[in-house]
Design a protein around this ligand. Structure first.
Ligand SMILES: NC(=O)c1ccc[n+]([C@@H]2O[C@H](COP(=O)([O-])OP(=O)(O)OC[C@H]3O[C@@H](n4cnc5c(N)ncnc54)[C@H](OP(=O)(O)O)[C@@H]3O)[C@@H](O)[C@H]2O)c1
Length: 294
């Protein structure tokens, strides 16, 4: 089969090639998906650039990308919840990375039936971004009437997060550049902040939750605008919380001093989520998309 492979770490124009490789073989719990569409996320270019080498050790060449939609054409002996011919979508687990290919083998526990009211291309754009938004917002217990700032509301994660937060009954502030203000408003945000002309810290403060999708100073500055006891949920910061550090196998981990001091000063909750594939949550996304909530 043909697949788009990362051949070396470096600039994208020199590091990818379409190659002919063997069709993946199936474990008992796997299905083989004939790929209709695959989508790329920021993590894919970060991997090609070599920025995540220490966290994600790849044996090159390796087929690129995690998001996929397609049709099941084979299944392993232990797969009972899906049938050949099912139209499905998934964010594949790390060890099965490689969705820009004609076929991909995926553990059936992390797939779901694709929403019936959208195309394969649209479906393939949802898993990684949608799962990240849900996991990061649920980790800080988002609920009705929470005042939430979602950074980068026009991004893959942010655009999903706005709609999910509104679905949960939250009051949503979001940042974006001028060109995206109108469509981010159309997604349902209550207050759209054009970061090129407004200071978001003056508009959004005393918040219950900041969803930090930008990292760097945005992570630290979030503590200025949450209320006492508020929550900062990051997906782009550099410091994992203790639970995530443990999940990543980091032993004797301690939060950086500056971050720990900010958490203590505001009696805040801080989480850095590293999204996990999840078939059940993809099922939830399917129902939200079919209800046109997303
Ligand atoms: N931890 C995890 O598991 C996880 C999972 C998924 C993604 N991520 C990370 O989360 C980040 C976002 O991912 P994504 O898929 O949403 O990326 P994306 O689709 O590329 O969106 C990025 C958005 O950032 C906006 N932006 C840039 N500078 C901004 C600023 N100063 N203020 C507000 N918005 C700004 C841009 O919008 P404008 O054009 O409007 O400026 C753009 O739409 C990436 O760094 C990604 O690697 C982490």
């Amino acid at each position: 089969m043909k697949a788009l492979q990362i051949t070396q770490y470096g600039v994208i124009s020199e590091s990818l090639a379409i190659k002919t490789i063997a069709k993946p073989s199936l474990q008992d719990k796997d299905v083989l998906i004939a790929v209709k569409a695959a989508s790329l996320n920021p993590i894919d270019y970060k991997i090609v650039g070599g920025y995540l080498k220490e966290m994600i050790a790849l044996k090159l060449p390796a087929t690129i990308a995690y998001d996929v939609s397609g049709v099941i054409v084979e299944k392993g002996a232990a797969v009972s919840n899906f049938e050949i011919g099912d139209e499905v979508y998934a964010r594949v687990p790390q060890e099965q990375m490689g969705t820009v290919a004609e076929f991909v083998a995926v553990n059936s526990e992390v797939i779901a039936l694709k929403p019936t009211n959208i195309s394969f291309e649209e479906a393939s754009s949802l898993p990684l971004a949608g799962l990240t938004a849900i996991q990061a917002l649920e980790r800080v217990g988002i609920k009705k009437d929470d005042r939430v700032l979602i950074h980068a509301g026009s991004g893959g994660v942010g655009s999903f997060a706005i709609q999910y937060a509104k679905h949960k009954g939250a009051i949503v502030y979001t940042t974006t550049s001028a060109k995206n203000v109108d469509w981010v408003k159309a997604l349902g945000a209550d207050r759209v902040i054009d970061y090129t002309s407004e200071n978001y810290k003056e508009v959004a403060n005393n918040l219950d939750i900041v969803f930090d999708t930008l990292g760097g100073d945005y992570t630290l500055d979030a503590f200025e605008i949450i209320k006492e006891g508020g929550k900062v949920s990051s997906i782009a910061g550099s410091a994992p919380d203790e639970e995530t550090a443990q999940m990543m196998g980091m032993t004797n981990y301690q939060l950086p001093e500056q971050l720990a001091a900010l958490i203590q000063k505001k009696s805040a909750v801080y989480k850095l989520t590293w999204m996990q594939p999840n078939g059940e949550q993809l099922g939830l996304i399917k129902s939200l998309v079919e209800a046109e909530t997303i």
